[in-house]
Write a protein that binds this ligand. Structure first.
Ligand code: AVI
Length: 286
């Protein structure tokens, strides 16, 4: 436009955030505040979870290992010769090792996990221990549809989802998971799934608030991860771990409770916390 001075408004480029950043902002600006439990499993979180399974209170891992040991030969009967074992949320793969040991007919093992470091380390150890087994790790968030590696496309599939991890999904998410796992594994597939049963509230409250405080560290580590990856300024000491059984909804709830009124900067936003306000970080349904 001749003769006129034009004002050019320049905006600093809006920062773009990862899926993690978007989920954290969405969760912390929701009411009540919430964060998806899948984000517990950075490198430190994956190790803290392994430490939880060794606490005297955390019975699910010990019980399931015992069941898998006792029933390994029955499980082997359901496993077709030359099949691929696909584990959702493989972690340390120690339960899969029991199935693999009892089922020599398994040709390939596909551990699927969101924690890249543990996945790579375990794949290396498994290849050393089972030189004839094809170990094909997949780094993925198994709560979303993903594709299986082409190497196992022609093999019969056995899905493996132990640990009552399905209990960390909301019921509608569990249904979505079953649908996409079913589609991915195919018509004739087998799915081995471990689900915990309802227990006394006192037992469950102790399981999710162990005396050594490892579950508390696991819960609080989420704030440390947000600080590191999203440049936030959470003071983890200003939050406390809360876990309790919600009998009406058949679930253990984990929360992080603010010890005071405070403001926290997260990914360019300021998040206000009231004294006692919580971030709901996990449900474990049984
Ligand atoms: C992985 N998942 C089944 C565990 C559970 O028991 O819900 C995660 C966990 N949270 C606290 N302790 C363990």
């Amino acid at each position: 436009m001749p003769g006129r001075i034009q004002a050019v408004l320049t905006h600093p480029a809006a920062p773009t955030y990862s899926q993690f950043g978007r989920d954290v902002i969405a969760g912390l600006t929701a009411r009540p505040k919430t964060l998806p439990p899948k984000y517990f499993y950075d490198e430190a979180g994956a190790q803290l979870f392994e430490a939880i399974t060794a606490t005297p209170e955390y019975y699910p891992t010990r019980c399931e290992m015992e069941i898998l040991r006792d029933r390994a030969s029955e499980i082997a009967q359901f496993t077709p010769q030359g099949s691929a074992l696909v584990e959702f949320g493989s972690g340390s793969s120690r339960k899969a090792r029991l199935v693999l040991a009892a089922t020599p007919g398994i040709a390939a093992y596909v551990p699927v996990d969101i924690s890249s470091k543990m996945l790579a380390d375990e794949a290396q150890t498994l290849r050393r221990d089972w030189p004839h087994l094809r170990v094909i790790p997949v780094e993925a968030d198994f709560s979303e549809p993903f594709t299986l590696p082409p190497d196992v496309a022609a093999l019969p599939r056995v899905g493996f989802f132990p640990g009552s991890t399905i209990g960390n999904f909301e019921p509608h998410e569990a249904c979505a998971f079953m649908r996409h796992a079913g589609r991915m594994l195919g018509r004739e597939a087998v799915l081995i799934i471990g689900v915990d049963l309802i227990k006394d509230a006192d037992i469950l409250n102790a399981v999710y608030d162990d005396a050594a405080g490892i579950t508390a560290k696991f819960n609080l580590n989420l704030l440390t991860r947000i600080n590191r990856e999203l440049g936030a300024n959470f003071d983890p000491a200003a939050f406390s771990h809360h876990a309790f059984y919600n009998a009406e909804r058949h679930r253990i709830e984990m929360h992080l409770a603010s010890k005071k009124r405070q403001k926290v900067k997260v990914a360019g936003r300021v998040i206000d916390f009231r004294l006692g306000e919580t971030i709901h970080t996990e449900n474990s349904y049984n």
